[in-house]
Design a protein around this ligand. Structure first.
Ligand SMILES: Cc1cc2nc3c(=O)[nH]c(=O)nc-3n(C[C@H](O)[C@H](O)[C@H](O)COP(=O)(O)OP(=O)(O)OC[C@H]3O[C@@H](n4cnc5c(N)ncnc54)[C@H](O)[C@@H]3O)c2cc1C
Length: 543
């Protein structure tokens, strides 16, 4: 299989890039599950843009820089805020129906950390509205969109990225896919945590893949925990999100016994940035020994809840709570990663032919903390900017497929016992659960040196065991038509999960201060001297 642009991922970033790139060559998008199974599809609140006459681009920039606590790249922030209204106009033109107010202008929502109403939304299903239109456009434009194709690793020849190794779960087959440019748009990493708002696809595959290939990865310690996900039942392992827009509209956080508590923590109360609210909830839970706090939106009145938040209303009722009549039980959950693959302002990595965009990258827009509704915006703005001119000059060299196949099979597997190729799915799910638990307990909202070090030791043990299992099984599975498709898929993801978990821990240990989303009890203050302008960058040395 061969193409000009090979895009990995069918969220807002991958699809935006694909639609732009079709003017420059053949575009193929591969995605590991159904095309709309993306973080994008579950985004509720909206997408930020300073378009109100009482707002300004400067104010959007200022709010973003303030939230990022000294670590934002000001150039990236300026690019994002300035291009926001163009990207919104383009999405509307394509057919995304953003909610309008009675004057036919966009109905602008308010969210924590934004000093003005600037959240453009489609009721409370903004991501789904965007995803649906983008997928339709991709089909309309004849772009190949291949579902159930999991990218495993990048193919690097003479220091250049020339494609990816993949696994087709439907056909139960491995494949090499060659391309003049490869674009990683694989999204976030929420699934490395026990409680997350992210769907199961968010296993950080692109970040792990890039890191293995020698691309630097930055700021992985900055994990955003959303303060309000539904407590109790989950949907396919995903905690249902209670959008920030609910607090924007006046939702109140209360302890189980009905006492509002945010005033104790921040003068902005419920509208303080997410990290502050998440830590406040964490602290209340610890202090009281409760399992959850309450988000009370009953004051909105039933009409407003049903009209403005139909998705949330329906899901809460399905999960057993009627939010028009009773407060919703909520807990924090891992939501977003601010760090990722290091790229320049045109999505370029340090490997020729390899680009990356979306939540998988670190452009520096978010710094140490992300403002609500800036991530869809970052994805659409920077995916649009990814360099497409390179493809004109590059050729796919004639490659010997046998050489590729040899590189696919591990050459350094030290295992001698290759007698059995049966893989127990339970072994994989047990590892996954242990990692998720460990990350939640010891690398969560509030961290400390002792637990981080313990987590590091455990994860590095799991990592070597999983690598061994991976090499042993994949080497055999590659040659055997009897391979188990589901177990193969899960093992490939597990290897990425443990890799990404180790990157988060490593970065958290390097940053000996508390800033933005990274809070360490042993260093509760910011260290402006050492870390104010310092990204935490990791690079694999033995590539
Ligand atoms: C519940 C929820 C609510 C949110 N609400 C908002 C909001 O209101 N506003 C906002 O700005 N942001 C919000 N976010 C964050 C935002 O949705 C994401 O940051 C953004 O959608 C990321 O887009 P993306 O294209 O980079 O990744 P995604 O949309 O996650 O897409 C990643 C794609 O990569 C594919 N993929 C992954 N690994 C592989 C592989 N190995 N091989 C092949 N394909 C692969 C996946 O299957 C998927 O298609 C929310 C996130 C969640 C989870």
């Amino acid at each position: 299989m061969q193409t000009d642009f090979l895009v990995i991922g069918s969220g807002i970033a991958g699809l935006t890039f694909a639609l732009d790139a079709r003017a420059y060559g053949r575009v193929t998008v591969i995605t590991k599950k159904e095309s709309n199974e993306t973080n994008t599809n579950y985004a509720q609140g909206g997408i930020a843009a300073a378009i109100s006459p009482s707002d300004s681009i400067e104010s959007h920039i200022k709010d973003t820089l303030l939230a990022g606590e000294g670590l934002c790249n000001p150039d990236a922030v300026k690019i994002m805020a300035t291009d926001a209204s163009h990207r919104i106009a383009k999405l509307s033109e394509m057919g995304v129906e953003f909610t309008k107010s009675h004057k036919s202008e966009f109905d602008l929502g308010k969210e924590g950390g934004h000093s003005a109403r600037r959240i453009i939304h489609t009721k409370d299903r903004t991501g789904e509205a965007i995803e649906t239109v983008l997928i339709k456009e991709v089909h309309k434009n004849g772009i190949d969109l291949l579902e159930h194709c999991l990218a495993i690793d990048l193919i690097i020849e003479d220091g250049k990225c020339i494609g990816v190794w993949g696994f087709d779960t439907n056909r139960n087959e491995f494949f090499p896919f060659l391309a003049k440019s490869v674009i990683i748009a694989t999204g976030g990493i929420g699934s490395i945590y026990l409680h997350t708002t992210n769907p199961g696809i968010a296993t950080g595959d692109g970040i792990a893949m890039a890191y293995r290939a020698g691309v630097p990865v930055a700021n992985m310690e900055f994990i955003q925990f959303h303060p309000t996900s539904f407590y109790g039942k989950k949907i396919n392992g995903r905690a249902f999100l209670l959008s920030e827009a609910l607090r924007g509209e006046g939702g109140i956080l209360k302890t189980k016994d009905g006492c509002a508590f945010m005033e104790k923590y921040d003068s902005r109360k419920e509208l303080a940035p997410r990290d502050i609210v998440a830590r406040a909830v964490h602290s209340e839970l610890k202090e009281k020994g409760d399992d959850y706090v309450l988000l009370d939106i009953t004051g909105f009145g039933a009409r407003k809840i049903i009209d403005k938040f139909p998705n949330i209303y329906k899901h809460c009722c399905d999960l057993g709570v009627d939010p028009t009549k009773e407060p919703i039980p909520v807990v924090p959950a891992a939501h977003y990663v601010c760090g990722g693959i290091v790229v320049d302002m045109k999505g370029k990595t340090n490997i020729p032919g390899l680009y990356a965009t979306g939540e998988a990258v670190c452009t520096g827009v978010h710094g140490a903390n992300r403002l609500a509704s800036n991530s869809l915006l970052e994805s659409v703005v920077f995916a649009h900017r990814v360099d497409k001119s390179m493809v004109k000059d590059s050729k796919i060299e004639k490659l010997k497929i046998e050489d590729l196949e040899n590189s696919m099979q591990s050459t350094n597997s030290k295992l001698t016992d290759k007698s059995s190729n049966h893989l127990e799915e339970k072994v994989i799910s047990d590892y996954l659960l242990q990692i998720k638990n460990l990350m939640w307990e010891q690398v969560g909202i509030v961290r400390n040196n002792k637990e981080l070090q313990e987590a590091k030791n455990k994860i590095s043990k799991y990592k070597s065991e999983i690598e061994e299992l991976y090499h042993k099984y994949i080497e055999i599975a590659y040659k055997s038509p009897l391979r188990q498709a589901i177990a193969t898929f899960q093992l490939i993801e597990l290897r990425n999960v443990v890799t990404v978990a180790s990157l988060v821990i490593e970065c958290a240990l390097i940053r000996k201060e508390s800033r933005g989303l990274h809070f360490n009890l042993n260093y509760p203050e910011k260290d402006e001297l050492q870390y104010k302008k310092r990204d935490t960058i990791l690079k694999k040395l033995d590539k």
